[in-house]
Design a protein around this ligand. Structure first.
Ligand code: SAM
Ligand code: SF4
Length: 329
């Protein structure tokens, strides 16, 4: 699949549920209305959709949500997708999780062929963790991360940078990730979906974070690429990689290789644009994948050049109405 700007689409992110056992302040409001369960694709349908994308050239699948590990029977999907690793159709199967269920599933994930997980963790302070996630249990997440490590999964920590909330925690996170052997990526808050607070209060440009970190750590630019939007440096003192995802201060769209599928089979060609394609109708219209493949190709043909997020005083409404938990970040 090649889009109109010559970018090869080889990476699909699949949100398997919009539900979550946490209510992170930057992601959701506390009383969220989720999709009625009947509207969700079945796991078999998700598997068939992923298969169609793999047939069209997707080499990397990331399962996300909502919290992917709270979807009932989700290991069936991992198992089925894992078979595509075995037969060489797929290079990587991975997931993004809040870590709450990792103790339960880490070994199964490894068995299904998963080798890396991204775990979201914004602080190492238990009280602050509760304030950020509202419903999360810090000890459970730390235990989940330990389970992932024990199972042989490589862990990358994702930290959303929030002004006045966790800016004092970054040094500790860098040190801890160094000790544990984890890479770490900082993410700027993106204006997606209505939340209870005001985003202009939360937004912390990573250019500032980086300048501050350089007073304490030796950061060297490296040319490491995961096919994702992060720019990496190496932290001299720990030897670990540190990534910066800067959708607002730096536009990373020119190398975008991905599209995103929701749990209702809506395909978003860009995280930062409203345009989407309905794949559920062609999926259910026929047992043959012909109509589905035609719809995917048509959608890739209109993948936009990029997004134009802005957070400032004049734009403190969400740039997009949908929450990150719909498209999965
Ligand atoms: N529940 C899983 C988790 O938290 O890792 C997977 C889904 S979550 C939507 C994926 C990532 O998006 C997480 O790292 C989360 O911190 C990030 N995220 C959520 N809302 C965001 C926002 N408004 N701006 C930036 N990152 C956001
Ligand atoms: Fe749930 Fe992840 Fe959103 Fe937090 S960021 S509310 S864990 S989906």
């Amino acid at each position: 699949m090649i889009d109109p700007f010559g970018r090869h689409i080889t990476y699909l992110r699949v949100s398997v549920t919009d539900r979550c056992d946490f209510r992170c302040v930057y992601c959701m409001s506390e009383d969220m209305t989720f999709l009625p369960k009947a509207e969700l694709l079945t796991l078999e349908e998700l598997d068939r959709l992923c298969g169609a994308f793999v047939g069209l050239g997707v080499r990397k699948l990331r399962i996300t949500g909502g919290e992917p590990l709270v979807r009932r029977n989700v290991m069936w999907l991992f198992e089925s997708l894992g078979r595509r690793l075995e037969n060489g159709a797929l290079d990587e199967l991975t997931l993004t999780t809040n870590g709450s269920q990792l103790r339960r599933f880490a070994q199964d994930l490894y068995r299904c062929g998963v080798r890396r997980v991204n775990v979201s963790l914004d602080t190492l302070d238990a009280a602050k963790f509760l304030a950020i996630t509202r419903w999360g249990r810090f000890d459970q997440v730390m235990d989940g991360i330990a389970a992932a490590k024990e199972a042989g999964l490589r862990v990358k920590i994702n930290t959303v940078a929030m002004k006045g909330v966790n800016e004092d925690d970054f040094d500790k996170l860098i040190g801890w990730c160094g000790d544990e052997g984890f890479d770490l990526t900082f993410i700027e808050t993106m204006p997606l979906g209505d939340i209870d607070g005001d985003r202009t209060q939360q937004y912390l440009p990573l250019s500032i974070v980086r300048a501050r970190l350089m007073e304490r750590w030796t950061l060297t630019d490296i040319d490491y690429k995961t096919g994702g939007p992060a720019r990496y440096v190496e932290v001299g003192e720990t030897g670990r990689r540190l990534g910066f995802i800067t959708p607002l201060t730096h536009n990373f769209c020119e190398s975008c290789n991905r599209v995103r599928l929701t749990c209702t089979a809506t395909l978003y060609m860009c995280l930062g644009q409203e345009d989407a394609a309905d794949l559920r109708t062609p999926l259910r219209a026929s047992e043959s994948d012909g109509p589905l493949i035609a719809a995917i190709n048509e959608a890739i043909g209109r993948k936009p050049k990029g997004h134009d997020f802005v957070i400032d005083r004049r734009h403190n409404r969400p740039a997009l109405a949908r929450h990150m938990s719909v498209t999965g970040g």
